[in-house]
Design a protein around this ligand. Structure first.
Ligand SMILES: Cc1ncc(COP(=O)(O)O)c(C=O)c1O
Length: 371
């Protein structure tokens, strides 16, 4: 048996007619740039998320840069952001001349350690970027409490968090809709994935919404009249059409991932020596990534590869040890939890079309390795 880490081909084969019809309709209309499907998708996404406004952009990475720019995370401003995350959660600040202040992770959940964040604050700290990694959000109640207490602006990196829920001020809200601006990535592997690059920005603030719309087209709201020095970052109409097809089954996709996650958890929590990320009390995990903390991780990954099983490592090197961030002045040992996690985490195949037999096969092979 071979089990790919991820594939889009099963979904496409199962729903070829729907995807082909969606792409064909864009081709027939020829409205490739900010075509009608973009506005439709924005409406559907905002309604599903419970956000007032949603704006499609070219990628999650672009969404982060535009949001960081609008929130003033630039020109020397200090911004709290995790050292254990995808590069773009931090590069958005340095790209604009801001100063990322890196924060260690909570060793059990892999999300940002908020006590460490508070310790690292200074008078120059302007904002915070909570990143919701893998299966559950960074707890947003403490983030918002800290932000209110210390006057921080909040940019939620919900690139991986489509479908995750957070409890804030007594009500459940979708991850990404709590901060001033939230961003999502629709990179193909994501819980809601496009067939190429795509991203979304959400906010409840009308002023920010108007600026986001303008920033994605070179800072203009009327063609060739530029109010701001903006960006060229539009959600591609073909990707919007594909995303609308995927929106029809997005609840089912979230549920299928939860089912596979529960299956893995049930099997793997019995393997001696293996640890799984802790799920916070009351949390309903949405498995974008199913990670294990694996002793002899690299040997296990090689063994699984031999058995035809794809795996991935999110993330092999923490950001404070990346060459391009040497100027931030951190050194090995500064973030012990993150450094340890980078040597232990291994992500297993998880996507809705995976079969139960495949999950069992992956678990059988992990058991065989440790036996
Ligand atoms: C946490 C996080 N932030 C930002 C991004 C960037 O998104 P994109 O790949 O759409 O640029 C990703 C995903 O790739 C991510 O996982």
């Amino acid at each position: 048996m071979t089990v790919p880490f991820y594939t889009s081909t099963r979904e496409y084969a199962a729903r070829k007619d729907e995807f082909d019809a969606a792409v064909r309709s864009v081709m027939e209309r020829g409205d490739f740039i900010l075509g009608s499907e973009v506005a439709e998708f924005e409406r559907e996404a905002a309604a599903w998320l419970g956000a007032k406004y949603a704006v499609g952009v070219a990628s999650g990475s672009d969404a982060l840069v535009i949001a960081a720019d609008l929130l003033g995370f630039r020109d020397g401003a200090e911004v709290l952001t995790p050292t254990f995350t995808f590069f773009a959660s931090t590069s958005c600040v340095s790209r604009l001349g801001g100063k990322p202040v890196l924060v260690d992770l909570d060793a059990e959940t892999l999300n940002m350690d908020l006590r460490d964040a508070e310790r690292r604050m200074s008078k120059a700290t302007k904002g915070i970027i909570p990143v919701h990694l893998f299966l559950q959000p960074t707890p947003m109640q403490p983030v918002m409490d800290l932000a209110r207490k210390r006057g921080l602006r909040v940019l939620e990196d919900a690139a991986e968090a489509w479908g995750m829920d957070c409890l804030v001020d007594g009500s459940w809200r979708k991850a990404g809709t709590v901060g001033e601006i939230g961003i999502y990535s629709f990179f193909p592997t994501k819980t809601l994935g496009a067939y190429g690059d795509a991203g979304l920005m959400v906010t409840d603030d009308e002023e920010l919404y108007k600026k986001i719309k303008s920033y994605r087209v070179h800072g203009s709201s009327v063609k060739y009249h530029h109010d701001y020095v903006g960006y060229n970052s539009r959600l591609d109409t073909l990707q919007a059409a594909i995303l609308r097809v995927k929106m029809r089954t997005t609840d089912a996709a979230v549920a299928a991932r939860a089912r596979h996650g529960a299956h893995y958890t049930e099997r793997l929590s019995r393997v001696p020596g293996l640890r799984l990320p802790k799920i916070l009390p009351g949390g309903k995990p949405v498995y974008y990534v199913f990670n294990i903390f694996a002793p002899r991780r690299d040997e296990l990954a090689a063994f699984l590869k031999e058995k035809g099983i794809g795996t991935s490592i999110y993330y092999p090197i923490p950001l404070h040890l990346q060459k391009c961030f040497q100027n931030l002045g951190y050194k090995k040992g500064d973030f012990p939890n993150a450094e340890r996690a980078c040597g232990e985490v291994l992500a297993l195949p998880i996507f809705p079309e995976l079969t139960d037999d495949e999950v069992d096969y992956v678990c059988d092979q992990i058991e065989a390795f440790y036996r």
